[in-house]
Design a protein around this ligand. Structure first.
Ligand SMILES: [Zn+2]
Length: 333
């Protein structure tokens, strides 16, 4: 990825200077290609004859073993695929500290990838801390993490951090246009908060028509043309992670428009006309409070609160905000 070049150079530069850290924490938002960079790093470290840029040759014995998934010095740690939860549990981390696991079998690096690192439970994190405190020479531990704030500070401080940035918009659009002929790349990229791989995934998942339906419902609830409870039932089939992200974008965009800035940065560039109408109808203070409510619901989306209840509550509240200041209703008064 063109926006990985700086990160790649810092890893390969550290390696050639003999300063490769014992533990690297790779962070960045979803969709910037953290795993692609980590995979390239693993291939490079295990390859017996990487090129001058540090890239794996892809045809030596080490590369072949890795491609076949049988390289004994490549270890992946994650949630138990057969487990009920997505936690990384302590036994998975304990296995790492066994001497056999930490020693390279084929004379090169031992490379351990822990992904997603924020899914470690408390005991697993405590156990990992011991491994980090007693680094084993030749072992490279890579933690992949979208939410480093959810990792204990003691773990963060023992890793070198590498943050993969969101690329500048022109670079991301150029890359996207090489990978898709969709006319909606600019809209998708904003919806993906600038992350190009996420934008591609949104396109593959056919998210734009879903978003259009939900947005129409959102606008019509504010205008009093739809019942919020009925609308919530129609939304219930959609994942809160996606819906709450969209709602947050709509409300923050209309608040940006209401603030009177000329040509503000908008996430939903294709919905400007409707957002303008909403911005005129919604009291900014109530809008800000509502945005906080959406953010709160988004932060709690993993708690076992009934999804339908959450949508009902948000849409009923929204109907109150939209209709109270609705200019159409005022005209009828
Ligand atoms: Zn190779």
């Amino acid at each position: 990825m063109p926006w990985h070049i700086g990160c790649w150079e810092s890893i390969s530069g550290a390696r050639s200077a003999g300063r490769l850290p014992h533990a690297l924490l790779v962070t960045g938002p979803a969709g910037v290609g953290k795993r692609l960079l980590v995979e390239a790093t693993v291939r490079s470290l295990l390859c017996s004859q990487p090129d001058e840029r540090g890239l794996a040759c892809d045809h030596c014995r080490e590369c072949e073993l890795l491609a076949a998934g049988t390289h004994p010095d490549s270890v992946k740690v994650g949630p138990d695929p057969d487990g009920k939860s997505d936690e990384i549990r302590v036994d998975a981390i304990r296995r790492l500290s066994e001497a056999d696991t930490l020693t390279a079998h084929r004379g090169g690096y031992k490379v351990i990838v822990l992904d997603p690192a924020q899914n470690m439970n408390q005991n697993a994190a405590n156990s990992l801390l011991k491994t980090l405190e007693e680094p084993c020479p030749g072992t490279f531990l890579c933690l992949v993490c979208e939410r480093p704030d959810r990792l204990p500070a003691t773990i963060r401080s023992r890793c070198q951090q590498l943050r993969i940035p969101v690329p500048p918009e022109p670079q991301a659009l150029e890359w996207l246009r090489k990978h898709t002929d969709s006319p909606d790349t600019a809209v998708l990229l904003r919806l993906a908060h600038g992350a190009p791989l996420k934008a591609l995934a949104l396109m593959d998942e056919d998210r734009l028509p879903q978003r259009a339906r939900l947005f129409l419902g959102f606008v019509e609830v504010a205008r009093g043309l739809r019942d919020p409870i009925t609308e919530a039932a129609a939304w219930n089939e959609h994942e809160p992670a996606v819906v709450l992200d969209w709602m947050g974008g709509w409300v923050s965009d209309l608040l940006r428009l209401a603030s009177g800035h000329r040509a503000p940065y908008l996430i939903n560039q294709d919905k400007v006309r409707d957002l303008h109408t909403l911005a005129e109808a919604v009291d900014p203070e109530a809008g800000h409070r509502y945005l906080l409510r959406i953010l709160e619901a988004r932060a709690n989306q993993h708690s076992p609160v009934n999804r339908l209840l959450a949508y009902e509550s948000l849409l009923v509240h929204w109907a109150g905000i939209g209709q109270r200041h609705n200019p159409c209703l005022r005209q009828r008064d």
